[in-house]
Design a protein around this ligand. Structure first.
Ligand code: NAD
Length: 668
């Protein structure tokens, strides 16, 4: 079996055609993409696809690819999907000449694992269009290149297409990934549809196209931190969240983490979900405690939970608008409120308007899109009105990076601040993640044990916890809370049983924490305490890697939030400071053309080289963003970078002089 797998990988694109594959209805498939290509462009797409294959197969494949383009709007090359199981097997199982390249094979296999990927046959990991590759030929070629390359070579991947393996040197990245990079004037959603259908570009989301996806655990940690800190913002006397109520919506891919995070944070949560299947799935998985179908029953149950100060999560199978309106009418006070419907995609299933059943909405969006748009607008206006009434009573509402405020404003809802420039409400990055985490350098650091052995993960958890506890003894008051939260998380990590796929862990940490944890891991690999190399990485949703004006950089107020220098500087800096692979993407989370985001992977193999690289690269990977945030005059970042300069004599960051507000205001 293992031999068959290894031989198949080394073969790359088979010289003889494999048998065609049946369309497997038991698998979750990507929707048919909209018709976008002209006749001439369709010919170009087929000509492009045939480039991967020997001419002798072109007669058969040309007809087949034409059919795929008609059936799915894309050419996935289904016939070439391998028969072996794609999964994060232990590193030694991957045929290789370079351990670094083998680790990358493990990571990308995890992103395509059928148990993990959202649409595995279409090579989509999450978010509906977050692709690892555009087609199976790209996958097969990439695996072969990785299996045969050495530490003196670098593989260049253009939006899934492996352009080639080039001579380099041992300190260079083994792989450079770019996804969806286009000329800025051609970065509208339909441009993506067209380039992707032509087979020349792809949407890599954030961790999908960078081989760094680790399942839902990342989202649970981030959401827990957000809910906890939202709770602290509203606490009048430092009290915790006991007996307080959090109302939100969405039990989908990422949003499904909300009830679980609510429970960990100790709040009563109500999450509305219009799709009964999604709600039931989360209930079966144990991610939400109680399913409720009737709004009056929900009111009673929530009142009781408030009285008992019981930590519990309710899924309301229905529309979020009804919850906001009914709770207001019934005098049920909502302490915290948010929304995680997929409003980054409002016209194609991301938002279900009130007043239509789930089925009717699906029918209308496909057949009467203009009418559907009106329903969405009316629903957003009603939802905003109800939120406004509740916030007038004292509810703290925040946008959850799903474009709620943006779409509500486009719908003409009463959502603008009286200054006419800002929205009435802030986003979770403006209020919470930015000032409390990113500005101090805290972000979603993660690692994967390439032995694929849970015992190694347990050992890394312990090492990371020891390191953080040691650092916390000397931490300044400004970051004591963050340190305590992260130590609590890592202590409870095993118990929360969040591993799906590779043996991975996420842990928010700052520059000092990340470097010290990495150093300790490398030593543990060297001594043999951890039995195989450890891969380090992070979500792109971090301090330095992502420029995104409505999300990661929404708390940058010097006018630079629409620039993307930080993300580009970051990926260039990481690549020459020792990353094993780097990636830079257009799109991810908030949509194509709305964000530039990048990340890295780094293999710790216990060597002195790894020790040198981790110190150099992790320092830059965090402090680059802190410097930019400090230059934008963010308090936490100014504090953090000054502290870093005191620690690091070699570091000189340009520091802002703060102008007197009166001086500026008197000018106009
Ligand atoms: N969790 C995070 O940390 C995070 C961070 C940033 C952004 N987001 C954003 O949150 C959004 C949700 O992400 P996802 O992966 O869960 O998407 P998803 O599409 O898988 O889930 C959204 C769910 O909302 C439900 N829904 C839609 N309209 C509704 C309504 N009116 N009432 C009740 N339920 C409704 C849908 O049925 C769907 O199940 C996205 O826009 C994403 O970019 C999440």
């Amino acid at each position: 079996m293992l031999k068959d797998f290894q031989e198949a990988v080394l073969q790359g694109i088979p010289s003889e055609l494999p048998n065609p594959k049946e369309y497997d209805k038991s698998v979750n498939h990507a929707p048919k993409r909209k018709e976008i290509l002209t006749k001439e462009e369709k010919k170009l797409a087929i000509r492009n696809a045939l480039r991967y294959f020997d001419k002798k197969h072109h007669d058969i494949l040309a007809v087949e690819f034409k059919q795929e383009l008609e059936d799915y709007g894309r050419i996935y090359m289904h016939r070439f999907r391998p028969d072996y199981e794609i999964t994060a097997r232990k590193i030694s199982d991957f045929p290789h000449k370079s351990t670094q390249a083998a680790a990358i094979m493990l990571m990308l296999s995890n992103n395509l694992d059928y148990a993990i990927a959202q649409h595995p046959h279409e090579l989509i990991t999450y978010g509906g269009n977050g692709a690892v590759f555009q087609n199976w030929a790209q996958y097969l070629l990439t695996m072969k290149y990785l299996a045969t390359m050495t530490n003196e070579q670098t593989l260049a991947i253009y939006s899934g297409h492996p352009m080639g393996v080039f001579p380099s040197h041992k300190d260079a990245p083994r792989v450079i990934v770019t996804n969806g990079m286009v000329i800025p004037n051609y970065s509208k959603p339909d441009d993506w549809e067209k380039f992707n259908a032509l087979g020349v570009s792809q949407y890599g989301q954030m961790t999908a196209g960078s081989f760094m996806y680790i399942g839902p655990q990342g989202i649970v940690h981030g959401t827990t931190i957000t809910v906890l800190n939202a709770g602290r913002k509203i606490a009048k006397n430092g009290e915790d969240l006991a007996g307080k109520l959090f109302v939100t919506s969405g039990l989908g891919g990422m949003s499904g983490a909300q009830p679980k995070a609510g429970n960990i944070a100790g709040v009563i949560s109500v999450t509305a979900e219009t799709n009964e299947h999604a709600a039931k799935k989360r209930h079966e998985q144990g991610w939400v405690d109680v399913l409720v179908f009737d709004i009056n029953e929900l009111v009673e149950k929530v009142k009781q939970a408030k009285q008992d100060k019981k930590v519990v999560s309710f899924a309301y199978v229905g529309n979020i608008v009804d919850v906001w309106e009914t709770f207001y009418e019934q005098d049920l006070f909502i302490d915290l409120g948010s929304d995680q419907t997929s409003l980054h995609n409002p016209w194609a299933g991301g938002y279900y308007p009130v007043g239509l059943t789930y089925e009717d909405a699906n029918e209308m969006m496909a057949n009467k899109p203009d009418e559907f748009k009106k329903y969405v607008h009316e629903s957003l206006i009603r939802q905003t009105d109800a939120i406004n009434k509740n916030t007038a009573r004292g509810t703290y509402f925040f946008d959850y990076g799903n474009a709620f405020l943006l779409e509500a404003s486009r719908a003409g809802a009463d959502i603008m601040h009286e200054d006419g420039i800002r929205f009435r409400y802030n986003s979770y990055v403006q209020d919470i993640m930015g000032p409390m985490c990113f500005d101090y350098g805290f972000g979603p650091f993660r690692w994967v044990c390439t032995s694929s052995n849970p015992e190694d993960l347990l050992k890394t958890d312990q090492i990371a916890c020891d390191v953080l506890e040691e650092i916390m003894k000397e931490s300044p008051i400004e970051i004591q809370q963050q340190m305590a939260d992260n130590i609590k998380w890592i202590k409870g990590a095993q118990e929360n049983k969040l591993v799906v796929g590779s043996q991975a862990r996420i842990l928010y940490a700052d520059a000092e924490g990340r470097a010290k944890i990495a150093e300790a891991f490398n030593k543990a690999v060297e001594s043999g305490f951890i039995t195989a190399p450890v891969v380090l990485g992070r979500d792109h949703h971090d301090v330095s890697g992502t420029d995104s004006p409505y999300r990661e950089t929404s708390n940058i107020y010097d006018g630079s939030s629409f620039t993307a220098d930080m993300a580009i500087q970051n990926v260039i800096g990481d690549s020459f400071r020792g990353a094993t692979w780097v990636s830079i993407h257009n799109g991810g989370g908030v949509g194509w053309g709305e964000v530039i985001n990048g990340g890295f992977g780094m293999v710790l193999d216990g060597s002195d080289d790894a020790d040198r690289r981790l110190k150099s690269m992790l320092f830059w990977d965090v402090n680059n963003g802190i410097s930019r945030r400090a230059w934008a005059r963010n308090d936490g970042a100014m504090f953090a970078i000054k502290r870093e300069m005191n620690r690091t004599p070699n570091l000189t960051v340009t520091f802002p002089n703060l102008a007197d507000d009166n001086l500026i205001n008197d000018l106009y």
